[in-house]
Design a binder for this molecule. Structure first.
Ligand SMILES: Cc1cc2nc3c(=O)[nH]c(=O)nc-3n(C[C@H](O)[C@H](O)[C@H](O)COP(=O)(O)O)c2cc1C
Length: 215
């Protein structure tokens, strides 16, 4: 069987919803929040999972999924290891992009902007709110580095877990949040015959300008 032929035959027509300029909020953050609530109501699987794209100083892009953990001061917050590949790339180049795909609603949201580390206090507050296992995971994982095998992680995990003695764990220096401040936010609603609705908000002199884009 020709596997490529099967892939090419996967096809979906998008007829569920539509998006018009009249239906959009004037502010894209507000519009994002409306769509996010609708994604939750529609029981989208992992609605806060987003692709984060970064670019290193050689111009090479890289993308991976991270979880949105909040929107603060109009910025999109996520947490990670500051020494990871993404952390190193963001230190070299703060420009980044986020993409959400909510298939159950036939929607995509694309966000471009610049990333900054959030305050250490805010990272500590979030770290302390995480389940203990996730805290230990963040402590023991030298994210994105080469490791010999799984036991390296498991031994380090068990070692901390067995020596807790009810003492709270401290957030490691190398772990914390980033806030992406958007310059551009695009809302995409799938439509029939590939004539999708696309609306793009761009920030110019503190005003959001809205345009329709061809699909
Ligand atoms: C659903 C999902 C959620 C994830 N959430 C996070 C996250 O919030 N933070 C994080 O550092 N990595 C998260 N990851 C793992 C990243 O995709 C990635 O493997 C890791 O951060 C290392 O990326 P890097 O080497 O480019 O730095 C998630 C992966 C998936 C599939």
């Amino acid at each position: 069987m020709d596997q490529n032929l099967n892939i090419a035959e996967i096809r979906k027509d998008y007829t569920l919803l539509e998006l018009s300029i009249e239906k959009l909020a004037k502010n894209p953050i507000e519009q994002f929040q409306i769509w996010f609530q609708q994604a939750i109501a529609a029981q989208v699987n992992e609605p806060n999972a987003m692709t984060l794209a970064t670019v290193n100083n050689a111009g090479m892009p890289n993308a991976r999924i991270v979880l949105l953990k909040g929107i603060e001061n109009n910025s999109f917050i996520y947490f990670t290891n500051y020494n990871s590949q993404k952390g190193r790339e963001l230190a070299e180049n703060p420009n980044a992009a986020l993409v959400f795909f909510w298939p159950e609603l036939q929607r995509q949201v694309r966000i471009e902007g610049q990333v900054k580390k959030i305050s250490n206090e805010a990272s500590i507050a979030y770290f302390n709110s995480r389940p203990i296992e996730s805290q230990i995971g963040a402590i023991v994982s030298p994210q994105s580095q080469k490791i010999a095998d799984r036991t390296v992680l498991e031994n380090a995990f068990t070692n901390i877990k067995n020596n807790l003695n009810n003492t709270p764990l401290e957030k490691p220096e190398h772990w914390g949040g980033y806030a992406l401040s958007p310059q551009k936010i695009e809302f995409w609603q799938g439509r029939a015959s590939r004539l999708h609705d696309r609306f793009c908000f761009e920030l110019h002199a503190e005003n959001w300008e809205l345009t329709r884009l061809a699909p």
